[in-house]
Ligand binder design. Structure first.
Ligand code: FAD
Length: 754
């Protein structure tokens, strides 16, 4: 069983024939098209006429995006978030452009299905049946995320009619959308927001240009006295505002699966290329660092898929009283998309020059993968959103009924009546702790659990004050740290539901350790297990998971789900991976992050890896440690505070200020936080960066700046996060002194008197 999407041996979680037919027909369409045409069209930036015609002929968007109530009896129609996610992954597997056409159709339909305008809804259903695509006209050129600044207007034209004027920018499908859901403001004295629909064929609709250079059509269009009657007006006032935000909620959840699809296809191409390439008489896949890159990429992909699957359950179970999806959704958006970028980085180091070739999917994916993290709100916007939930998530858990996997054929209509988009800070969550406690036998999970406890302590004792809250250089790293906890929680929940194998195979020692699960979750080392590489061209592993059969001799849904989510590791890969020497992480010279030693047999491991804020440093003691320090290649654990630049890497360790910043340097006083860095200690390859920007910048008050003394600077420190890294260390004991601190830790040092 191949855990990754394999279109030619499609394993769908969907049980019904209608859904399977949609997936199979789509695979057939793209396979018939062939890779040559696929890449040529991409390179020529040709609008995907053939795809749009195929969608229309097969009524695919109609089936996927029409709620049952408007389906006119078509049994295949429903709005099923799990199915739409699966379809998104599949489309993006063949090209992000195709997915985008689907994505903006979803967005365009949001304000329509959310409205009380029955005529517009019936019209939308009919257009869908005829094969139309839709668009969402929110953005304007000058305003970006600031939709309060919307300039498009509706001016009264008598008898409940208006004239729309304005210009929209970045509007996907704006060239052919039969209904463009557009946001404007009513200029009748109320300044109410309003959603209305426009049609691209109307003479008052001026299609200006495609503002991007791609297959997709991302339009700039203008409305010149476009007539709007009651049939075109979808909503106004708070309802229109909520429709805008709630529609983005729906669209946002569709982005993670797209990133997954792109990363999967790139994975296949990279491993196929590497497996068939022989350098110095050996296959590239036999090189240990290449194996590590594949392993790392694969584990991240598994994590992304597990998270997305579990978040889908919460999405589909949402109700007026259970709005947890509002946290899991932006976490998916910013985390899964960024992880996919990291996967491509890892793979590109392997596929190298081949990844530029014009007839590869990789060359498309490498360009496209940067997009999803920026759509439906940037990473910043989503992190700021996520922070709103932090207080209740950590300090106010609620008893909520467990959410089972939701794979039935329900119509997810709640997402069209999500209600007011405010009140996020009041949403309650079930306790995150049991998910981690239940997996604490995994070394990395245990380490992560301790860090979460310290993070929580930090929030409790030195939680952000108003000034810090308003300072994105402080609040964004904090929010991103929080997002990792949420990400880990849902991965663990899904791993439990899937019954993932978390045992260390052949590791001995009688202790349960970081197997595929722990490693996939937290970036630790994976051992044992297998990953079937399917069509990828690489040999090894790939044992088919046998599942139960249903009454018709097919696999039962349960066994299908299990097989679908059974990330075993390839034997060949994992053996070499486990045998490979654990490397020292050498950040690229441009990195601002302190280098971290993964493992060493001496005291050096406790010193070289420590990122400190107070400028303390330690000499290695003993011959062995000193020798190790000389050859280790990391920033030497020697006492080199006199030079802030590591002799080994040229890396400037930002924290090496012995007495805190002087008045001149005070604004540059930053602290390496790196609190959850062990997440990414997967015997990493070159060019790794942690998920969290490992610094917290501390802007002292004006008073402190004026005082000009280092002591004041220290006193005015709001708090200091100190990461003490001893990655992959199984031992949790301390030997001597506080520097031999227990495990990777995030410590909080509150203000100290000078
Ligand atoms: C290919 C493509 C297709 C698109 N399709 C559509 C579409 O079909 N319909 C549509 O309406 N829009 C569409 N968009 C617009 C898209 O949703 C926005 O571009 C996106 O939300 C980011 O906005 P922006 O680029 O204007 O960034 P800006 O909003 O200008 O942001 C600038 C910077 O400020 C930061 N920032 C902004 N607000 C905050 C905040 N609250 N907190 C912290 N940081 C903040 C951002 O992170 C960023 O770093 C599309 C864009 C692209 C590129």
């Amino acid at each position: 069983m191949n855990f990754l999407l394999q279109p030619k041996k499609l394993k769908s979680l969907l049980a019904d024939d209608g859904s399977r037919a949609i997936m199979e027909k789509t695979v057939a369409f793209f396979e018939n098209m062939g890779k040559t045409r696929l890449t040529e069209d991409f390179n020529k930036k040709a609008w995907y006429r053939g795809f749009v015609d195929f969608i229309a002929a097969e009524r695919i968007f109609s089936k996927l995006l029409t709620p049952r109530a408007y389906a006119g009896g078509d049994p295949d129609c429903r709005w099923d978030t799990a199915r739409n996610s699966e379809y998104s992954e599949l489309l993006a597997f063949y090209g992000l452009g195709y997915w985008y056409c689907f994505q903006v159709t979803i967005l365009g339909l949001g304000p329509i299905w959310m409205s009380a305008n029955e005529a517009a809804k019936r019209r939308a259903a009919e257009f869908l049946r005829q094969g139309a695509i839709f668009a969402f006209g929110l953005s304007e050129r000058a305003h970006g995320a600031d939709i309060y600044a919307t300039e498009t207007t509706l001016t009264p034209a008598g008898e409940g009619a208006w004239k729309a004027n304005g210009e929209k920018y970045y509007i996907g499908n704006g060239n052919e959308a039969e209904m463009v859901s557009t946001l404007g403001r009513i200029k009748d004295g109320s300044d109410d927001y309003a959603f209305f629909v426009a049609n691209y064929r109307h003479k008052a609709y001026e299609l200006k240009t495609n503002v991007i250079s791609h297959q997709e059509y991302v339009a700039s269009f203008a409305l010149h006295d476009y007539p709007i009657g009651a049939d075109e007006l979808l909503s106004r006032g708070p309802a229109a505002w909520d429709a805008a935000l709630n529609t983005v909620n729906v669209g946002k959840f569709n982005i993670g699966p797209a990133s997954i699809g792109v990363a999967e296809h790139c994975f296949y191409e990279a491993i196929t290329h590497a497996a068939n390439r022989v350098l110095y008489g050996m296959r590239v896949t036999d090189m240990p660092h290449v194996r590590k890159n594949f392993m790392d990429a694969w584990l991240r992909l598994v994590g992304m898929k597990l998270y997305q699957r579990r978040a889908t359950d919460y999405f589909r179970s949402a109700s007026e009283t259970d709005r947890r999806y509002l946290l899991y959704n932006p976490t998916s958006k910013m985390k899964v998309t960024l992880q996919a970028e990291e996967v491509i980085n890892l793979l590109w180091d392997v596929i190298a020059a081949k990844g530029f070739e014009k007839d590869t999917y990789f060359s498309m994916g490498a360009v496209d993968i940067r997009g999803p993290s920026k759509l439906e709100g940037t990473v910043h916007v989503n992190v700021q959103l996520i922070r709103k939930f932090m207080q209740n998530y950590f300090f106010n858990p609620a008893e909520l009924p467990p959410v089972p996997p939701v794979l039935d054929e329900r119509d997810d209509v709640f997402i069209f009546r999500q209600g007011p988009a405010k009140g996020l800070g009041a949403i309650r969550f079930h306790d995150y702790a049991p998910a981690f406690a239940g997996n604490a036998h995994l070394t990395n999970v245990a380490a992560f659990g301790r860090q979460i406890a310290l993070f929580k302590e930090l929030l409790a004792q030195a939680g952000p004050d108003k000034q810090q809250d308003m300072d994105p250089s402080f609040s964004l790293p904090l929010g991103e740290m929080f997002s990792i906890v949420v990400y880990g929680q849902l991965i663990l929940e899904q791993a439990g539901l899937d019954g993932l194998d978390d045992r260390r195979r052949g590791g001995g020692g009688g202790r349960r350790g970081s197997g595929a699960l722990g490693a996939g979750l937290l970036g630790g080392r994976a051992r044992g297990g297998r990953l079937g590489l399917g069509d990828a061209g690489a040999k090894g592993g790939g044992g088919e998971q046998r599942g139960g059969k249903d009454a018709h001799g097919g696999e039962s849904l349960e066994s299908k789900q299990k097989a679908y989510h059974s990330p075993a590791l390839p034997a060949a890969l994992s053996t070499a991976y486990a045998a490979a020497p654990r490397q020292t992480q050498r950040p690229p010279s441009t990195s601002r992050h302190a280098p971290v030693t993964n493992a060493a047999s001496s005291d050096a491991k406790n010193t070289a890896a420590v990122a400190m804020s107070d400028g303390r440093d330690s000499l290695p003691s003993g011959i062995e440690a000193t020798n190790f320090a000389r050859v280790a290649g990391v920033s030497s654990p020697m006492n080199c505070a006199s030079s802030a630049v590591s002799p080994a890497t040229g890396l400037i360790t930002l924290t090496r200020m012995l007495c805190g910043a002087s008045s001149a340097a005070i604004e540059r006083d930053v602290t390496i936080a790196a609190p959850l860095l062990p997440l990414y200690q997967v015997s990493p390859g070159r060019g790794r960066t942690p998920a969290v920007e490992a610094i917290v910048m501390k802007t002292p008050s004006r008073l402190a700046r004026k005082c000009g003394t280092a002591c004041r600077a220290v006193r005015n420190r709001l708090f200091t996060l100190t990461a003490k890294m001893r990655s992959n260390s199984d031992s949790a004991t301390s030997s001597i002194g506080w520097l031999r601190c227990v495990v990777p830790a995030l410590l909080t040092t509150t203000c100290r008197s000078p």
